[in-house]
Ligand binder design. Structure first.
Ligand code: HEM
Length: 413
């Protein structure tokens, strides 16, 4: 490997700032990522703000290298760019995603039981029961916002299921989560404000505390009970650790799955021949799910910090520097994927990185895959098509990639 031993001064300026949210809300990032993969596969992204600079990893092989090397790269300095030091310090070593080995593996083992293949399969019927009435309602109403009215509801319902939220509290819990994540209209009918989102977040934390109290007294088969009664290295988890991991599940589950299913429908609308191949049974639901995950790649970046001086691609990364893996770019790397910008529902092999890889590989991957498969099955079985019925709005974010509003008319069979 030839390495460019760089100092701050001689680091080549990248022609783009990949954190620019306007690129994702209003622009087209695909040519930008393509150009960066060709000319600056691992580059120093300098926004001009000290402390916010980082190495952007745009290619597949370098992304895999960083994901898999938890010796050279720590997760305990935060999972995303721009998070506050205070928040990161509070969660590091407690919440799974920002915990390093060896504690990470033991905590993950404890949480794994909530995500076993059996538990996941059991949820399939629940998913159909959630989705079918939403589709009935959409047929009746004519135009719905697929993101908020359908795609957001399924993951929230599944999180309720994992935490065994009482049936009559599902509505309130879903409402809190969609406010916290800005997936529904705010109190004044406009987008959710920062203050409204903070209020909703506080309510969610209070709700976890209530669940925890209940499950300490009366354990069930849910993830809160598992965390409340489990131990890591012979020591029970603290209330803070439990609540943080409940929130970690919610954070991991909600926006990502919502964006993958809404982005999936948009991809089908824009590629009617692919949708037809799915309807005709020419391609399988399983390969279609993987391709939608690759094509939509909702988790845009994942952060690591180098613990030691090391090399990534053709660059020399110093200990203490931040590295951010750009998942959708890695998932469109032409060195790995043939015609990467084309939706090919039969794509095989499809070793995408939408769920990351290595020790932090998404713990909810199997669940998300089933959610997407059930969603696709229903779209195939019940719809003859769908039409965009208003302006599609993309998220103004560099952490989550995808559609925020998508008015559609769903056409029955
Ligand atoms: C399409 C849907 C999803 C996508 C694209 C996605 C993406 C990811 C990615 C990229 C990571 C790796 C993070 C890293 O390496 O730092 C991750 C981890 C994680 N995800 Fe997901 N996720 C999805 C669904 C879910 C669901 C449904 C849940 C829970 C119900 C979940 C919970 C988590 C948790 C707890 C982690 C941390 C795992 C660990 O650190 O060991 N995710 N996810």
């Amino acid at each position: 490997m030839t390495s460019t031993v760089s100092t701050y001064a001689d680091r080549p300026a990248a022609p783009y700032d990949v954190t620019d949210v306007a690129l994702y809300a209003d622009g087209d990032p695909l040519p930008v990522w393509r150009d960066l993969r060709a000319t600056a596969p691992v580059h120093w992204n300098s926004t001009g703000i000290p402390g916010e600079e980082f190495w952007a990893v745009m290619t597949y092989d370098s992304a895999v290298q960083v994901y898999k090397d938890s010796t050279a790269f720590t997760s305990e300095r935060g999972m995303r760019l721009g998070s506050t030091q205070h928040g990161v310090d509070a969660a590091a070593g407690k919440m799974l995603i920002v915990t390093d080995p060896p504690r990470h593996a033991r905590l993950r083992q404890l949480m794994n039981s909530a995500f076993s293949p059996r538990r996941t399969a059991e949820m399939e019927q629940t998913m159909r029961d959630v989705l079918n009435p939403l589709i009935d309602d959409a047929f009746e109403r004519g135009v719905v916002d697929f993101v908020t009215d359908i795609a957001a509801v399924l993951p929230a319902a599944i999180v309720c299921h994992i935490m065994d939220v009482a049936r009559d509290e599902h509505g309130a819990f879903t409402e809190m989560t969609s406010k916290a994540f800005g997936a529904s209209l705010g109190e004044e009918g406009g987008p959710v404000t920062v203050a409204a989102s903070a209020r909703a977040n506080a309510k969610i934390f209070a709700y976890y505390a209530k669940l925890l109290k209940q499950r300490r007294a009366q354990p069930g088969n849910d993830v809160v009970s598992t965390l409340a009664h489990g131990e890591v290295d012979g020591v029970p988890l603290t209330d803070t650790e439990i609540i943080m991991n409940c929130n970690g599940i919610l954070l991991g589950a909600n926006e990502t799955t919502r964006l993958a299913s809404a982005g999936g429908l948009l991809a089908l609308i824009e590629n009617p021949a692919e949708w037809q191949r799915l309807r005709d049974g020419v391609v399988s639901l399983d390969t279609a799910v993987e391709e939608i995950l690759r094509y939509t790649s909702p988790a845009m970046h994942m952060k690591r910090v180098a613990r030691i001086d090391t090399e990534v691609g053709d660059q020399y990364v110093k200990a203490g520097e931040t590295v951010a893996i750009w998942n959708p770019s890695a998932n469109r790397d032409e060195a790995v994927f043939d015609r990467p910008d084309t939706l090919d529902l039969a794509r095989k092999p499809n070793r995408h990185l939408a769920f990351g890889t290595g020790s932090h590989f998404c713990i909810g991957a199997a669940l998300a895959r089933v959610e997407l498969r059930v969603m696709l099955q229903i779209l195939v079985d019940r719809l003859s098509g769908a039409e965009i019925a208003g302006p599609v709005r993309r998220m103004r974010s560099n952490f989550m990639w995808g559609v925020e509003r998508m008015p559609v008319t769903l056409l029955p069979q």
